[in-house]
Ligand binder design. Structure first.
Ligand code: SF4
Length: 314
C-alpha cells in the first residue's frame, strides 16, 4: 500500500495559539480554569485538557465569580463578554485573529447601514459569535437556494461575509448566486475563508486523483475537517473522517492500493502518526509526504495573557 501524506495538514496558527494559551494558563494557574465551549473542535485535544481538570462549559452562569475564563478559538458574541464581565470573571480571549477579522467586518458594515448576508453553517460556534455582533443586521444563508429566498431589493445596501472554515467551492456557488441576484453586493477586500482551510482543501484536491481512499483525521463537529472529507466524496472517492486510529476498520482497505491521509486544522499530529503506524503494520504501507503549499503563519498569545504574565500574575 502507498500512502500520500498531505502537507499542509493539521494544526493551523489559530489552533496552535489557542492550545498554547490554555497550556500556559494550566501551567501557571493550575487546572481550575473554565473554557467557554471546546477550546478547538477536537475530541483528543479536549479530552487531554479535561483529564487535567480544565472545565469546558456551555453557560457562563456555570463559572464561579472571579474565576478564569477562556474564550475558544471560534470566538464569542458581545453578549457573552458582557455576561462574563457582569460575573467578574477574568476572561482571556483565545479567539483566532482571522475570526476576529470577520467580527470587525460585521461591526463595520452594520454601522454603515448595510444588511449583511453571512454564509455559514447554522449553530456553529463561530457563526453564533459573528451573528451576535450585529444580530439585527445579519441574515444567515447556507446554500444558493437560501439566497433565492432572500427578500432584499437590489437597491438595499448589502454585503456578504463568510464563516472561515467553509468549502471554497460551495461558498463560491453561494457567492455567485448572491452576485447574480444583487449585483451591487459588497464584500471585504480580503476573503474570510482562512488560509488554513483553503490550503488543506487545495492539498486534497491536488492529490485525491492519485489515490483510492481518503482518510481525514478530525472530529465530527470540526467544520473544516468535514469539508475535507466531503471533497473526497464529491470527487468520487471513499472518504472517512475519524478521530484516531482506534476508529479504523481493516475491511475499509480491501482492494485499496493507495490512501491519502490529511488532518483538519484542529487535529493533532499524534493522531496522524498513529494512523500511519497502523497502516504500516497492517498493510506494509510506505509513506510519501507531498507538500502542495508552504505555510508560515503564527499568531501571538492573547494580549491580556501576556499582560498577566508581565505583571507576574502568572
Ligand atoms: S481554521 Fe482558520 S480561522 Fe479557524 S482557527 Fe485555524 S486559522 Fe483561525
Amino acid at each position: 500500500m502507498k500512502v500520500l501524506l498531505a502537507n499542509p495538514r493539521g494544526f493551523c496558527a489559530g489552533v496552535n495559539m489557542a492550545i498554547e494559551c490554555l497550556e500556559a494558563c494550566v501551567r501557571e494557574f493550575g487546572p481550575d480554569i473554565y473554557v467557554y465551549h471546546e477550546i478547538v473542535h477536537n475530541r483528543h485535544v479536549v479530552d487531554r485538557f479535561a483529564s487535567q481538570g480544565v472545565k469546558f462549559i456551555d453557560r457562563i452562569e456555570e463559572v464561579p465569580s472571579g474565576a478564569i475564563l477562556l474564550y475558544s478559538a471560534h470566538g464569542v458574541s458581545p453578549a457573552i463578554r458582557e455576561l462574563a464581565r457582569s460575573r467578574d470573571l477574568r476572561s482571556i480571549d483565545a479567539t483566532c485573529p482571522l475570526v476576529t477579522k470577520v467580527h470587525i467586518e460585521a461591526i463595520k458594515y452594520a454601522k454603515a447601514g448595510y444588511n449583511i448576508i453571512l454564509i455559514g453553517h447554522e449553530g456553529h460556534d463561530e457563526v453564533i459569535g459573528t451573528m451576535g455582533e450585529a444580530p439585527e443586521s445579519i441574515t444567515l444563508v447556507e446554500s444558493p437556494e437560501d439566497v433565492d429566498r432572500l427578500t432584499f431589493t437590489p437597491e438595499q445596501k448589502l454585503a456578504y461575509l463568510t464563516q472561515t472554515t467553509l468549502s471554497v467551492e460551495e461558498a463560491g456557488q453561494v457567492i455567485r448566486r448572491l452576485k447574480e441576484r444583487f449585483p451591487g453586493i459588497e464584500s471585504p477586500p480580503k476573503e474570510d475563508i482562512c488560509y488554513a482551510t483553503t490550503n488543506r482543501q487545495h492539498a486534497v484536491r491536488q492529490l485525491i486523483e492519485k489515490v483510492d481512499l481518503l482518510l481525514v483525521l478530525g472530529s465530527q463537529n470540526s467544520s473544516n475537517s468535514r469539508r475535507l472529507m466531503e471533497i473526497g466524496l464529491a470527487m468520487g472517492k471513499r472518504a472517512y473522517l475519524i478521530d484516531g486510529q482506534h476508529e479504523l476498520q481493516a475491511d475499509w482497505f480491501d482492494g485499496i492500493n493507495s490512501v491519502l491521509v490529511t488532518a483538519g486544522a484542529s487535529a493533532p499530529e499524534v493522531v496522524v502518526q498513529e494512523c500511519l503506524d497502523y497502516l504500516s503494520e497492517q498493510f506494509g504501507a510506505t509513506v510519501e509526504e507531498v507538500t502542495t503549499r508552504e505555510e508560515h503563519v503564527t499568531f501571538p498569545l492573547p494580549k491580556e495573557l501576556r499582560q498577566m504574565m508581565k505583571a507576574g500574575q502568572i
